[in-house]
Ligand binder design. Structure first.
Ligand SMILES: [Zn+2]
Ligand SMILES: [Zn+2]
Length: 268
């Protein structure tokens, strides 16, 4: 399995997974013209993507879903609350997934895991390749790490995890206090420290790559987020590359040589 981020942050999110000919997006938080441009940069035709799994209905994760589905016939998967919250999504072809119930798209087996965030029924995504057993976990927006996610994300090879803000920058930054409180709350977004602590917990023999998602452009920097993660992983003696995903262009591939064409991410 290989993965790319097409862009990550409050102005849009999408992750492309590819395994043995199956292509699936996790979130489509860009308009179709942006998705098409970034996919073209990876030489991926939008029509070759089978489905999009939507983690929650916030626009930075779902704004392209309905139009891309009409344009490119993508199947759409998500929790009932997420699918209800996506505007202009026509019900036929959208599949409601019960969190915890595995489902298969081509070579990939998926499971949705509920996470705390201020959306209707937000989830993280676990993806396993049927052919290789490669395991990738993607957690986009969450305020805290629930035990169910700890259990689901064991033995990962690739972790894509929110590292939204540096707590000091958030508290000394320009956002009004109510917004600072919302971001830092249990249903907000993970700080660098929270994200690093979870990555450290998960860092075992198999975890080789950590991709930091959804960095705030106001309350974080790639250097602060990567530095926090690298320090935590070094403390756990983990051999794991760390990459901060950019907002405005694609990054990758991250993943498995058996998926073809491994490029190790450079540790920052
Ligand atoms: Zn978001
Ligand atoms: Zn959100």
């Amino acid at each position: 399995m290989r993965a790319w981020t097409l862009g990550s942050g409050s102005r849009g999110n999408a992750v492309l997974l590819e395994s043995n000919g199956t292509r699936v997006l996790i979130d489509a938080g860009f308009p179709p013209r942006v998705l098409a441009r970034r996919l073209a940069g990876l030489r991926v035709a939008p029509e070759s993507i089978a489905a999009v799994i939507v983690t929650h209905e916030h626009g930075d994760h779902s704004c392209g879903v309905a139009a891309a589905r009409r344009k490119w016939r993508w199947s759409v998967y998500g929790s009932a609350g997420t699918l209800r919250g996506i505007t202009r999504l026509e019900a036929p072809g959208a599949t409601v997934i019960e969190p915890g119930a595995p489902f298969v798209i081509g070579d990939l087996e998926f499971e949705l895991v509920p996470v705390p965030h201020d959306a209707a029924a937000p989830t993280a995504v676990l993806a396993t390749s049927a052919r290789t057993g490669f395991r990738a976990g993607c957690a986009h927006d969450l305020g805290t790490v629930p035990d169910a996610l700890r259990r689901a994300f064991t033995r990962l090879d690739l972790l894509l995890l929110e590292s939204n803000h540096d707590s000091g920058m958030l508290r000394s930054g320009p956002y009004p206090v109510f917004l600072q409180d919302r971001i830092a709350s249990r249903t907000g977004h993970l700080s660098n420290r929270q994200s690093s602590a979870f990555a450290r917990e998960l860092a075992g023999k198999s975890l080789r790559q950590l991709v930091l998602l959804h960095l705030s452009e106001v309350n974080n920097t790639p250097r602060a987020a990567s530095g926090s993660a690298l320090a935590a992983l070094a403390g756990a003696r983990a051999r794991c590359a760390v990459t901060a995903a950019p907002q405005d262009h694609a990054a990758g591939p991250f993943g498995d040589a058996r998926g073809g064409g491994l490029q190790l991410a450079l540790g920052l």
